[in-house]
Design a binder for this molecule. Structure first.
Ligand code: UDP
Ligand code: MG
Length: 327
């Protein structure tokens, strides 16, 4: 079998309605490129018929299609990570399954890779999301750029291309909660970004709720920088200096004016505020401690039930094993 030049990686979580049109459009684009390619789908514990459809794609194009079937829901980034561990292509492209990233834009990314860039990101031309999504992500972009110093115009756009060595480094990083585009930008020597079309989700609903978005951004901030911790140290220093001055002021006042009990509520207000900041700081430390805990437990990042792919090389032992296990 010829080694593929392009590996397309697609995480799938309850995307049954989108898979057929996605597969048709994607293979049309890739066939036109006339370069050997593979498409790796990771089924991230879908509860609809996604896995049935992926089996069907494999039956149709066994040479190009590979399917990784997870044992449960491990998240979009782990789904991509599992595929990254197995890619065979020189150039790796990630794509969402919901057709928000048109596959027709892939040649644009490949052109940028050919021009010598090792990581090619993309930003959406007219973002077809609701205003909340749009503004929340704009704000988070700003915070991320300031703290983690990762420059990405559009972190939510997963249509991206990577040179193989970048993908190998990402896969070898072994992190459990991570954000793949950010890692890639970290490892890139010569990143670029191109403008792509963006459509509304073809069918189904976004898998990310507000809580997930907040979690994701905590991961981004704490996974890529210690600035939040440093900010707290800094704030603590400021408060200490301020308090010291205040104590001095009260002491002198006591000598001049004598005892007084006014301003209790002002003091309470200040106290509450500081207690609030303190609890928040504890939470930030908790974020880091939690991540350390996750890493030291060394649990598997994801569990693969089965890999469905053509087994004609030594590399594909997993599939053999899976087949034997399934009788
Ligand atoms: N996805 C996944 N596991 C998850 C959530 C999402 O594999 O737990 C996949 C999903 O099927 C899609 C991509 O990740 O292909 C992006 O998800 P979604 O479109 O819901 O995110 P959004 O576009 O709203 O950011
Ligand atoms: Mg989407």
């Amino acid at each position: 079998m010829r080694a593929p030049y392009i590996s397309v990686v697609i995480p799938v979580y309850n995307e049954a309605e989108n898979l057929e049109p996605l597969f048709t459009r994607l293979t049309a684009v890739l066939d036109k490129l006339a370069k050997p390619y593979e498409i790796i789908f990771t089924n991230d514990g879908s509860r609809d018929n996604s896995i049935g459809l992926l089996h069907e794609f494999y039956r149709r194009r066994p040479r190009e299609v590979r399917v990784i079937d997870f044992n449960g829901n491990f998240g979009q980034h782990m789904a991509i990570m599992a595929a990254f561990e197995r890619v065979r292509g020189e150039v790796v492209i990630t794509l969402d399954a919901d057709l928000q990233n048109p596959p027709e834009e892939i040649p644009k990314l490949l052109a940028a890779i050919d021009a010598g860039h090792d990581v090619v990101g993309s930003y959406r031309k007219d973002r077809q999301d609701n205003w909340f999504h749009k503004y929340a992500s704009r704000m988070l972009n700003l915070i991320r750029e300031r703290t983690a110093r990762i420059r990405m115009r559009d972190q939510g756009c997963m249509l991206r291309a990577y040179r193989r060595h970048i993908v190998d480094t990402i896969a070898a990083s072994g992190e459990t909660s991570t954000f793949i585009p950010a890692l890639a930008v970290r490892y890139a020597a010569n990143p670029a970004e191109v403008e792509v079309e963006h459509a509304a989700r073809a069918a189904g609903t976004s898998k990310y709720r507000l809580y997930d978005l907040i979690r994701l951004n905590f991961d981004l901030m704490t996974g890529f920088s210690v600035v939040p911790l440093q900010l707290f140290t800094f704030f603590g220093m400021l408060v200490s200096v301020g308090s010291l001055l205040f104590v001095g002021f009260l002491f002198i006042r006591r000598l001049i004016v004598g005892p007084e009990a006014e301003g209790v509520f002002t003091l309470f207000a200040i106290l509450y505020f500081l207690v609030g900041v303190g609890i928040f700081g504890l939470g930030v430390i908790g974020e880091y401690v939690g991540r350390i805990y996750q890493e030291v437990r060394r649990r598997p990042r994801f569990i693969i039930r089965e890999v469905i792919e053509q087994t004609d090389s030594v590399k594909n032992k997993t599939a053999d094993l899976a087949n034997t296990l399934n009788g």
